[in-house]
Design a protein around this ligand. Structure first.
Ligand code: GLP
Length: 241
C-alpha cells in the first residue's frame, strides 16, 4: 500500500484525475470502478474538464459503481444513479449502456446482486477502482463485520453510516436502511485500487487503516493485502499519520 500525501482536496482530485486519465489512455477498453459520496466529487469535476479539453474520451470505457441504496428511485436526487448522472455521466461521452450501477429497486435483490457480479465478471477485471473511506472504515457499503470473502450483496447500513449520510437527506428517517454493495472480495479483485481520503474527519480512520491490524472490524484494512493500492490523502486527513 502506497500513500501519496497532498496539500488539499483540490490537489487530491487533480492527482486522482491524472492517474485515471493515464489509465484510460493506456487501455483499449478500460473498466473503471466508481465511488460516490463527497470525496470523489472533485475528481469527477476534473474528469469533466479533461473531457471538455479533449484530453480523454469515455467512448470505450465501462464503469461499475460500488453501491446503491435499496428502495430509492433512480430519479431521486439521493440515489447513486442520480449522483453519477449529475456529477459525471451526464457531462461526458460514456455510452449509457456501459455505465453500471446495482439496481436497488429490483424485485429480487439477491438475483440483482448475482447479476451484477456476472456483469463485472463478463467485463473482465476492473482496471482501476476508486474507493472512499467510511468513517467506520467501510469500503463501498461493506460495514464493519462484513466477511472479507463477501461478494456483491444486500447490506444493512450501520446507524453511524446512516447518520453520516443524513446530511444529504431531509431527515435521518429518510435515509435507507439497506444498500446493495460490491462485496469486499469483489473489490479486491480489481487490478488497482485508488483510495481517496480528505478532511480532518477522516484523520482517525486513516490512522487506523495505516497503523491498525487487518480485521473485519475495519473493512478497509483488507487493502493491506492487495498488491496495488494507492492512497491519495490530503494534509488534514494525514494529521495523525
Ligand atoms: C458512503 C459511500 C462510500 C463512500 C463513503 C465515504 O456512504 N457508500 O462509497 O466512500 O461512504 O463518503 P464520503 O466521501 O462522503 O465521506
Amino acid at each position: 500500500m502506497e500513500i501519496l500525501k497532498v496539500k488539499d482536496y483540490e490537489e487530491m482530485s487533480k492527482k486522482a484525475c491524472s492517474i485515471m486519465i493515464e489509465k484510460m489512455n493506456s487501455l483499449e477498453r478500460p473498466v473503471l470502478g466508481m465511488a460516490t459520496g463527497s470525496t470523489p466529487e472533485g475528481l469527477y469535476q476534473q474528469l469533466i474538464r479533461a473531457y471538455q479539453e479533449e484530453k480523454v474520451s469515455f467512448k470505450q470505457v465501462s464503469t461499475f459503481n460500488l453501491d446503491e441504496y435499496v428502495g430509492i428511485e433512480r430519479e431521486n436526487p439521493n440515489s447513486y444513479h442520480y449522483y453519477m448522472k449529475d456529477k459525471l455521466f451526464g457531462h461526458i461521452d460514456l455510452l449509457p449502456e456501459n455505465a453500471h450501477l446495482p439496481n436497488g429497486n429490483a424485485a429480487d435483490l439477491d438475483l440483482e446482486c448475482w447479476e451484477y457480479e456476472n456483469k463485472i465478471r463478463n467485463a473482465g477485471q476492473i482496471d482501476l477502482q476508486v474507493v472512499g473511506l467510511g468513517l467506520n472504515g467501510h469500503i463501498g457499503f461493506n460495514e464493519p463485520g462484513t466477511p472479507f470473502s463477501s461478494r456483491t450483496q444486500v447490506i444493512n447500513l450501520a446507524e453511524s453510516t446512516r447518520k453520516a449520510n443524513a446530511r444529504f437527506f431531509a431527515s435521518l428517517n429518510e435515509v435507507p436502511t439497506q444498500a446493495i454493495t460490491m462485496g469486499i472480495d469483489t473489490i479486491m479483485e480489481s487490478k488497482q485500487i485508488l483510495l481517496l481520503v480528505s478532511g480532518k474527519k477522516k484523520a482517525d480512520p486513516l490512522a487506523r487503516l495505516l497503523n491498525g491490524e487487518v480485521s473485519e472490524d475495519f473493512p478497509a484494512s483488507i487493502l493491506h493485502r492487495h498488491p496495488s493500492v494507492l492512497i491519495i490523502a490530503d494534509e488534514e486527513a494525514c494529521q495523525y499519520v
